[in-house]
Design a protein. Structure first.
Length: 368
């Protein structure tokens, strides 16, 4: 998606330069601008687009909240120069807290805004305004640009109408932009999110389903249909949990995402297998990547599944699209097994590269 395509999604306004706003993410090389803009938009919304002054502390905390789920829950990379992920990781480990917006927000409220935090804002709150003052900055040394932008944001506040003016401890959003935010909040948020998504895709080219990793989905599928599918198989033949070795029955199985859901972010049947509840294998495995020793048992179990449901069009479609095979190949068990093996190995490698703990084995049982 090009910048021109994204620009078209922003409504025009005769009092301010929408073309200038549309160019703020050009040539962006790190995550800070996206997170900063999302923070400005969210903090403005929180104050019903009535409060012009927003503190550095409030905005910085909101940046961390916006970064939390993609960075810590889904382990997406923000690029080599990212320091926000490192800071979030430290906050979580030092406070022994869960990865949730509520817990992190409470910790941030209690913490003081320090020089270390301020250092992360050294450039972003200035450089986001660059498009409004580009003619003044063309020949300016980089080390002078922050001060020039700050001065211009104040002196040209009414003539050029930048998004905000910059003071030492806060920014002050222009009233015209507040009005624009209020009228078009949903559209603007969608536009920023698309730009943020494009950036994350460029930094995580092998990671699937990034669009569903920008935040925690409001609801996750309950796997009701998939559980019914597996229940039919378990009722008709002996199926063992590949991790624990326990024979499953209808009252003792749940479904496991072989490659963790926090990486694939989908519930497609080709990544699901039944596992024992007693003991709770799902809880033991968590978001870890299973040992490669489990791959062959997983593939055999999947072969049982696709053989049982080879006439089910919905299941066939999942395998055809997910594994990128043709209609004829869905009837060839060897083709499916080889393609699924390759897909799982690629996903395993990608997740491992993002820091997912690998080589997990169930302590109760070792695959033969």
């Amino acid at each position: 998606m090009t910048h021109n395509e994204l620009l078209l999604t922003l409504p025009d306004d005769p009092g301010i330069s929408i073309a200038t706003l549309s160019s703020v993410f050009r040539h962006t090389t790190n995550a800070y601008k996206y997170l900063w803009f999302l923070a400005v938009l969210e903090c403005s919304r929180r104050h019903n687009h009535k409060k012009t002054r927003l503190s550095n502390e409030e905005l910085f905390n909101e940046m961390l909240i916006k970064a939390l789920i993609p960075s810590q829950h889904f382990r997406l990379s923000f690029g080599p120069s990212d320091k926000i992920s490192y800071l979030l990781s430290n906050i979580i480990s030092e406070n022994d807290t869960t990865i949730s917006e509520h817990s992190i927000r409470n910790i941030l409220v209690e913490k003081c805004f320090t020089n270390e935090h301020s250092d992360l804002l050294r450039y972003v709150r200035y450089r986001l305004l660059t498009p409004w003052f580009s003619s003044y900055l063309n020949k300016s040394p980089d080390q002078q640009k922050n001060q020039i932008i700050k001065d211009l944001s104040i002196s040209e506040f009414e003539s050029l109408k930048p998004l905000y003016l910059i003071e030492n401890t806060h920014i002050e959003i222009h009233e015209k932009w507040l009005e624009y935010f209020q009228k078009n909040h949903t559209i603007i948020k969608g536009w920023v999110t698309l730009n943020w998504l494009n950036f994350l895709q460029s930094k995580n080219p092998s990671v699937p389903n990034i669009i569903n990793k920008l935040g925690i989905p409001e609801t996750r599928g309950r796997l009701t249909e998939s559980r019914k599918w597996w229940s039919n198989i378990i009722s008709s033949k002996n199926i063992k949990c590949i991790y624990s070795g326990i024979i499953l029955d209808d009252n003792n199985f749940s479904l496991d995402h072989f490659i963790p859901w926090t990486y694939v972010a989908h519930d497609e049947p080709w990544n699901l297998i039944p596992v024992a509840i007693k003991p709770n294998v799902n809880s033991m495995k968590g978001n870890r990547l299973p040992s490669h020793d489990y791959l062959e048992p997983f593939l055999n179990l999947q072969s049982d599944f696709i053989d049982y449901y080879k006439s089910n069009n919905k299941i066939r479609y999942s395998y055809i699209t997910g594994l990128r095979i043709d209609e004829e190949s869905i009837n060839n068990p060897e083709v499916i097994k080889n393609r699924l093996s390759l897909e799982i190995k690629n996903l395993h490698s990608g997740a491992s590269g993002l820091g997912f703990i690998s080589d997990w084995k169930c302590q109760l049982f070792s695959p033969s």
